[in-house]
Design a protein around this ligand. Structure first.
Ligand code: MG
Length: 372
């Protein structure tokens, strides 16, 4: 396959509500979409999901877009053409590892093109099966416990059967106790600290064992692999890692050191679907739980994550909620929650495309970054 054109579209989206974590607030979102046109006219889409602030992995929307435009596209655009020499392979690997979200934006668009050319759903191309997937929802930090409980109850009423609550040292025991007491028994509760706890004090999190929590995600900073292993040995609540797993090597280390028993696999965080599938397969072989996390994707990024969430190695409910949890409107036709599940598109590739009226709407832009 030969690439004839690459364009980057920017579409401002309205977040229905800001999402607050222990590291910062997501208050706005511009969807950054990559459109690849192959020489047979097939068009595929990807999304750069880097957040606007530097509070997740440090890859911010602005630097990631710059890297996508100036490094990833020039390094990868000829990939599909011919065999690459060693220098080209080095250039490609460096472009991917430096900014995994920018790399994923490009390579996921390429995966969409290739699946459409083969006439198969992306879910199938990634080793899964297009089907309905039970999904979970994330509830951010609130000013009061009552507000957090109210949002959790509203999400359960919408049909979500797994709620993940953000916690921080200043808002944890109270919110966990009250939310668990309020939620119906059939709704699973997870918590995510985004690295907010002190690794010198693992006993601080022992309270989780008293509340039937399905897992605790990323209690300590990303680099604290050993501290996670100490905690995992100390509490019964399963420890899940997110920010600590930027690539396959980190996944190997986490499993071999028993730093976690569950992994949150985000294709954008690990540099693409290829690495994500490799990590999922590793989890499956090692008996490690796995699920697909979300990055406030628009419908383009979410369609890719939903496809990946059908992979047989996924043991836990993904953080991939319906469009109306995030945006009004979404950049694609909306993903709708029905009986706690979202239908993974059955059509070729992603099975969805951006709405033309939004691509051409107020504040949107489309830039050609490569043309043969
Ligand atoms: Mg997380």
């Amino acid at each position: 396959m030969r690439i004839d054109r690459v364009r980057i579209a920017r579409v401002p989206l309205r977040l229905v509500a800001p999402l607050r974590t222990s590291q910062g607030d997501h208050t706005s979102r511009t969807a950054v979409l990559v459109e690849i046109t192959a020489d047979d006219g097939t068009v595929g889409w990807g999304e750069n999901v880097a957040p606007e602030g530097a509070f997740y992995t440090g890859e911010t929307a602005a630097v990631s877009l710059d890297h996508l435009r100036n490094v990833v596209v020039p390094a990868l655009v000829d990939d599909a053409d011919d065999e690459l020499d060693d220098d080209q392979l080095d250039e490609r690997d460096a472009a991917v590892s430096a900014m995994p979200m920018a790399a994923h934006a490009f390579t996921s668009a390429l995966a969409d093109v290739e699946a459409r050319q083969r006439g198969v759903a992306l879910a199938t191309a990634l080793g899964g099966t297009p089907r309905d997937v039970r999904v979970g929802v994330v509830v951010g930090l609130h000013d009061t416990v009552d507000a957090a409980v109210a949002e959790c109850m509203a999400r359960a009423a919408q049909g979500y059967t797994r709620v993940k609550v953000k916690i921080a040292p200043w808002r944890d025991i109270d919110v966990v106790r009250e939310v668990r007491a309020a939620l119906p028994a059939g709704v699973e509760l997870h918590v995510d600290a985004n690295g907010a706890y002190d690794p010198a004090d693992p006993g601080r999190l022992a309270f989780l064992d008293d509340h039937g929590i399905g897992l605790v995600e990323q209690p300590f900073a990303a680099s604290e692999m050993r501290a996670h292993a100490v905690l995992a040995a100390r509490i019964a609540t399963p420890v899940c890692l997110d920010e600590s797993i930027p690539d396959f090597a980190a996944a190997v280390e986490a499993i071999s050191t028993r730093a976690c028993s569950v992994m949150n696999v985000k294709p954008a965080r690990v540099g693409g679907f290829h690495a994500a599938v490799a990590i999922l397969s590793l989890c499956s072989r090692s008996g490690t739980g796995a699920w697909i996390g979300g990055m406030l994707e628009s419908g383009i990024g979410r369609a890719g994550c939903l496809a990946l969430a059908t992979h047989p190695a996924c043991t836990h409910t993904p953080d991939l909620s319906a469009s109306d949890r995030y945006f009004a409107p979404d950049v694609t036709e909306p993903f709708v929650l029905a009986n706690g599940s979202i239908a993974v598109p059955r059509g070729p590739g992603l099975g969805v495309v951006p709405r033309r009226d939004l691509l051409e709407g107020d504040g949107s832009s489309i830039e050609t970054v490569f043309e043969r």
